[in-house]
Design a protein. Structure first.
Lengths: 248, 248
């Protein structure tokens, strides 16, 4: 798929290209997700997923803080601050990271172990670190564009919620509490970020940049599943010192 | 393996602990290397290895430049500059990167394609990026310590040279030109860096830091092989747009 348009795209065409990237590269197509969402994994494999994905969840507000620190305009910073609050919670606790820990609790993983990231795959940490650094170092517009995978998340979240509740007796509504608020939060975030990208990607170079940024972000998500598949599905080669179900 | 000593180690004990990390975590133990060095891969799999490994080779002098930029002392910078020259070459060309491209040439890969990194696995790029950022952001002593995997490289290089020449009819002395100079260069570099680390890791916190840095670097190398194994050996799931032998 050629991601580099030869001449300046209209607003509508740019949006269409961004959505095409999701159709081709978003991680809902990854074989690990197909197994996860259709009840074909065992509890240890779901634990490995939740434990590794914690690294990603925990890095999101750090990524957003790095992005916010680069925004000169207070109204845009205000918009971005809401994302951090959604993940970090408020005075009364809550927030996406704590909800994710309810999932790992429900799966029987020790909180200290999860939060230490000690058992996570190096590949997970490298991909997550790559995302944080991308947002810190690339043009601000590209950093905003890399968040646009949220365009595609409502479908995967709905599929995951119904598929995992139906497929696993160790999964309950309560342990899945992370996902439901994300449906509305992601929608609100993406409405804003997509308008911002379409408004500001007004040169060919900037259009190349935002398309490449979204493509990059798809790699960040995809490669985390490659690593999970390799270590916990087939051929099940776990790197030294990483999580082994029932065997830490 | 507990990498965090409880009390300050003697110089000899610190060196022993560093060498133990190599014995336990260095990538000579990875199953991909066992296949590579015993003639058990096909040409496409060796191409995939060389193409991905190019990303690592090409990043080494960038990593060294980032490290050098953080050194306040000109005599230590001078020492480090030699490493960059070894990889980037001099007025008459040469250097490790060009020697690596002779290997990819010899394997029938197009130079532009290799150098574009377009076909490389995202996991390779994330691991390599993780190393570059580690060296840029962590304490200088840890950055130096992360280079100490060179302690262990002479064995793997010797094994690779003899094993690959014997195992593959598409590998010649000329295409393997990268490796021979590395035997002496790595020895010289490591003599210096090891003394520097042993001289300067004189608090418990610094000793923890250098041991963790070397452990981290082993993950950088190991996870690149995990990704190659996953995509090109078993189960051979290649991420979107990445290199496919005979099928670009």
């Amino acid at each position: 798929m050629n991601l580099r348009p030869g001449s300046l795209l209209s607003r509508g065409d740019l949006e269409r290209r961004l959505r095409e990237i999701g159709e081709n590269y978003y991680h809902d197509k990854h074989p690990f997700h197909r197994l996860l969402h259709t009840g074909q994994l065992d509890k240890g494999q779901v634990q490995a997923w939740a434990l590794n994905r914690y690294c990603y969840q925990a890095a999101i507000p750090v990524k957003d803080a790095r992005l916010m620190a680069r925004i000169p305009d207070h109204t845009l910073r205000r918009e971005w601050r809401q994302r951090i609050a959604d993940h970090d919670g408020g005075e009364d606790g809550g927030g996406g990271i704590e909800r994710w820990l309810k999932l790992t609790d429900g799966l029987g993983l020790e909180r200290d172990y999860v939060m230490s990231r000690e058992g996570a795959l190096p590949a997970t940490k490298f991909a997550v670190g790559g995302y944080v650094h991308f947002v810190s170092e690339m043009p601000l517009l590209d950093a905003v564009a890399s968040s646009l995978t949220e365009i595609f998340s409502p479908v995967i979240i709905a599929e995951r919620m119904s598929g995992m509740l139906a497929g696993y007796d160790f999964i309950t509504e309560e342990t899945m509490a992370y996902f439901k608020p994300r449906l509305t939060q992601a929608r609100r975030d993406v409405d804003f970020a997509l308008q911002y990208v379409l408004d500001n990607a007004n040169t060919l170079e900037r259009q190349h940049g935002v398309l490449a940024a979204l493509r990059f972000k798809c790699d960040v998500l995809w490669s985390q599943l490659d690593a999970l598949y390799f270590s916990y599905v087939d051929p099940r080669i776990v790197p030294p010192d990483c999580f082994v179900a029932n065997g830490r």
